[in-house]
Design a protein. Sequence first.
Length: 356
Amino acid sequence: MGESRREADRILIASWLEPDQVARVREAADPIPVDYEPELLRPPRYPADHFGAALNRAPDQEARWRELLARATILFDFDATHRDDLPELAPRVRWIQATSAGIGQFVRRQRYAERMPDTVFTTASGVHARPLAEFAIMAMLAESRGLRVLQRAQTRRHWERFAGTDLEGRTVLVVGMGAIGAEVGRMAQALGLRVLGVKRHPADTDPATVNADVLGGVDDLPRLLPEAEYLVLVAPHTDETEGMIGEAELSALPAGAVVINIGRGALVDEPALVRALEPPPEGQGHLGAAWLDVFAEEPLPDESPLWTLPNVVVSPHSASTSDRENRRITDVFCENLRRDRAGEPLLNVLDPGRLY
């Protein structure tokens, strides 16, 4: 980056951030000015809430916020209060560091790539790998050790011994072997599972580098699904992955298999999933359970049968959320600030065409 552009830079932190993380950004950015005015931001509802609760700025506060947007050249997070008109209100922005990994569909819906052609978007890829992988492992452990059996018996004060199973030697298929999928693979292998992985370009990757015993492409799904006692979906939502798991794919899984979706709801044909989970005569009863963090429509509508199916766990898109998340995002942003200053390639640059 040229010296003149660096001197003209100004960073705006556009979502709530802990004071110690703000201090880290200011230290990493120095001498670039960093604007952070939390009273103008949506208040967080929980740790690392980047969207925040509803906010009604007073006229003078809104004017101040627009002034900050107008002079910013780097944004830490998208502005949740001006998603539709951000390109017009922040015409100088050349780089936006997102706080989410899966921003591709959002950027496409808002047409940011066309409306902000000189702006680079970097994602938080990798930040959520550990909490999401832990959610997947929790699901596998809960199903193998009979957590739902225990809960049902406890509510009835019923004492009856039973036998669960263990995970050693079982097979998990992870669809989407990026940072999250690789972390799922690492944890699964530590528990003795056999890990099958699916990746867009498997020929370019050594399976061991993503913690997989076998690595294939999407075309290999028909061959791999019948081996998968656990199916973990981590792939991004793209034109190619939309609806990739439908009735045929669910039927190809072994009877009693468990589906764990920590990717995007659009990956799965939801009505087909319900039919595969429901017992006869209404459904097929083919699947053992589903642990779902993402859905076709969010929040999940009240009328969705997924709420009441006894073999479904509904997570409100919270598997990735951790009270340590902002520190990890700040790590990425500070490293990218260093790279930007040194003229090195930034981490996690979004390809608007590929949507990740």
